[in-house]
Write a protein that binds this ligand. Structure first.
Ligand code: SF4
Ligand code: SF4
Length: 255
């Protein structure tokens, strides 16, 4: 069953649920995250109109919808109040090569602000062709420009995120990457729908007021993750000097 998004409470609170449920409100964005957000101006975007960026503009239009997505445009393709029950879950979703976390620029900035840059790496798992052929979403990911250029969260020898703590809590909180903040809610952009990933190991139904709030935050994070990926694609093409000035260029593969 599909339906429209419920009314989202005013403001745009950071997502509060996903892999591990934190109890406290997140702080305001750090300095680098704010500086990165300030880069996203009409003036920067207008660079795509300059002759030297016409090739970039063509590429971006071919591969991205440059219009920002809004939560109200999406159909919600799951039962209202369906939420991950991380406290009861035995299938910790922070482990496995397929679950390596690909970062957005905003994630990198937040992790640097939090003093966690040692957990970033450009070394990514390599998947055999038959694996990507059998898993179209994985195939799309590894063929993407974001996969080629952006860092991931470092995994250990067991392919577990190195930010996962001994007590199974997330060591990145509150600098949570958007991919973690939205999970298990996922976007099917072709059909403009949000669905609940089948790989999530523990589900609860919470059609309460608080449950609806968490649901809205998760949907917000889905949309944010999509929009930030588009922003990244533009910034990587037109704002390299500014990213270098912010110290973010060193986390990106440019060749
Ligand atoms: S699989 Fe689902 S319930 Fe389990 S830790 Fe991950 S998000 Fe939470
Ligand atoms: S940052 Fe790592 S430990 Fe935290 S939720 Fe994401 S994958 Fe799990």
């Amino acid at each position: 069953m599909s339906r429209r998004l419920p009314v989202i409470p005013p403001g745009r609170p950071a997502p509060l649920t996903g892999a591990f449920v934190p109890r406290e409100l997140p702080p305001r964005p750090g300095r680098l995250e704010q500086q990165l957000a300030a880069l996203w101006t009409p003036r920067i975007r207008a660079r795509l109109l300059q002759p030297r960026h016409w090739g970039d503009a063509l590429h971006l239009r071919r591969h991205y919808d440059l219009q920002e997505l809004h939560p109200n445009e999406l159909m919600l393709d799951y039962r209202t109040g369906k939420l991950p029950d991380c406290e009861a879950c035995v299938n910790v979703c922070c482990t496995g090569a397929h679950r390596v976390v690909l970062l957005r620029l905003v994630d990198v900035a937040a992790l640097v602000d939090a003093g966690l840059e040692e957990f970033l790496t450009l070394d990514k798992p390599v998947f055999p062709a038959e694996e990507t052929a059998a898993n179209p979403a994985l195939g799309d990911l590894v063929r993407s420009e974001a996969w080629r250029r952006m860092p991931v969260l470092r995994q250990d020898a067991t392919r577990t995120c190195t930010l996962l703590r001994e007590d199974n809590r997330c060591g990145a909180w509150p600098a949570w990457p958007l991919s973690c903040a939205r999970f298990p809610y996922s976007l099917d952009i072709l059909h403009m729908r949000v669905f609940f990933a089948r790989s999530c190991g523990s589900v609860q139904q919470a059609p309460t007021r608080e449950g609806r709030r968490r649901e809205a935050r998760l949907v917000d994070a889905v949309v944010d993750a999509y929009n930030q990926r588009t922003r990244d694609a533009v910034l990587l093409r037109v704002a390299r000097p500014e990213l270098e000035a912010l110290g973010l260029a060193r986390f990106i593969r440019w060749d």
